[in-house]
Ligand binder design. Structure first.
Ligand code: PMP
Length: 384
């Protein structure tokens, strides 16, 4: 089996499993308890916080552990709207290609009366900075744009967006879930005020992540309770947090090599598919992208049968489109990039990981040929 679905999730690293088991066996007490076992759990938490903060380039006090990026996104946006309402800042500005969880939050807030503006993207899937500028104003509480898109891997211009947001007094939130382990990330120098991450995209466990909150920003808590400096109540997920820290340490050791290797392999996969199959369309290839992501469309082929055939050929990938009970809905990301609804149901995402090898890529190209070649031939294309 060749697993090229690392933007969906990654396999927990051995170090991660080791630290999690250790935390479960030896630091299972409640970190809020005053006794010695509680203190042991508290010191595990402090140690993990320092390690995750080092990897993300923030201060420990700026980091709140959460149940993952979805919660972090909610905390950032709902918190900012609450915090800034008294200043007359009530509007949310977000990109048109955010993660479905964040898009759904915006739709719900809009139904509750929150003014919401969506920044369009260009044909490559990058936010349109002129359009973003036109949407700024003194009524904006928060601008939310992802660091990299999960479907296309396209990187968003966060520094420019920070300048625009700050120019009108708004905060900038970045859902950086797809950046961790696939780009160099430094919160301190990013210009971003609130940043969401998740451990499971980084060979860490699921159900744990963080929200980074720039020092001095008063963000109200969504969950009551004293934990995380009163910013996020609930007994801390110590094994998950220990695993997150292990994942960060492991990623930091090899990040530069990983980025270079994944980019070379992704470029090879892209070049081979373009060279050997007709009608391959690559999304976001003209702009900076994550080094591990290749989003393509094979002519007019709908993603559902392509995914099924690829799986039978041993290649595990995803479509960008959301699966619903009624079938596959068009991807809102590809629609926002100007694709037709049919085209937007055809995206296939290959996402490499740090352990992907050249042999995996060769086998993937062969698998794609076996799976997709006959389908393209049936659709009238000449397949060499
Ligand atoms: N944002 C982005 C960009 C993502 O790719 C994902 C994971 N698919 C999430 C948010 C949700 O992360 P989590 O599973 O940690 O809630």
């Amino acid at each position: 089996m060749i697993y090229l679905d690392h933007n969906a999730t990654t396999e927990p690293a051995l170090e991660v499993i080791g630290e999690m088991v250790d935390a479960l066996e030896r630091a299972w007490a409640n970190p809020s308890s005053m006794h010695a076992p509680g203190q042991a759990a508290r010191s595990l938490l402090a140690d993990a916080r320092a390690r995750v903060a080092r990897f993300l380039g923030c201060a420990g006090a700026e980091l709140v552990f959460t149940s993952g990026a979805t919660e972090s996104n909610h905390m950032a946006i709902e918190g900012a709207l609450k915090a800034r309402a008294a200043e007359g800042r009530t509007r949310l500005v977000l990109s048109a290609v955010e993660h479905p969880g964040l898009m759904a939050l915006a739709t719900r807030l809009e139904a509750q009366g929150v003014p919401v503006s969506r920044i369009p993207v260009d044909r490559q899937g990058r936010v349109d900075l002129a359009a973003a500028q036109a949407l700024m104003g003194t009524d904006v509480a928060i601008v939310s744009v992802m660091g990299a898109n999960n479907e296309t891997g396209v990187l968003m211009p966060l520094a420019e967006l920070a300048a625009l947001a700050h120019g009108c007094g708004a905060w900038l939130h970045a859902d950086a879930t797809q950046l961790v382990g696939k780009a160099r990330l430094n919160f301190a120098s990013s210009g971003v005020d609130l940043l969401s991450v998740s451990a499971h995209k980084l060979h860490g466990p699921k159900g744990v992540g963080a929200l980074l909150i720039r020092k001095g920003l008063a963000l109200p808590a969504l969950l009551g309770g004293r934990q995380e400096r009163q910013r996020r109540g609930g007994t801390e997920n110590t094994p998950g947090i220990a695993g997150f820290a292990a994942a960060c340490d492991r990623a930091a050791q090899t990040l530069d090599d990983d980025l270079a290797r994944m980019a070379a392999l992704r470029d090879r996969l892209q070049a081979e598919l373009l060279r050997t199959l007709p009608a391959v369309q690559v999304y976001g290839a003209q702009v900076p992208r994550l080094p591990n992501t290749l989003c393509v469309r094979f002519g007019p082929l709908h993603s559902d049968p392509v995914l099924g055939k690829l799986e039978r050929a041993g290649v595990m990938v995803s479509s960008g489109a959301a699966c619903t009970a009624a079938g596959t809905a068009p991807s809102h990301v590809l629609l926002a990039m100007g694709e037709t609804p049919e085209q937007a149901q055809s995206g296939i995402r290959f996402s490499l990981g740090r352990d992907t090898t050249a042999a995996d890529i060769e086998a993937t190209v062969a698998g794609v040929h076996r799976a997709v070649g006959p389908m393209l031939a049936d659709a009238g294309f000449t397949v060499p």
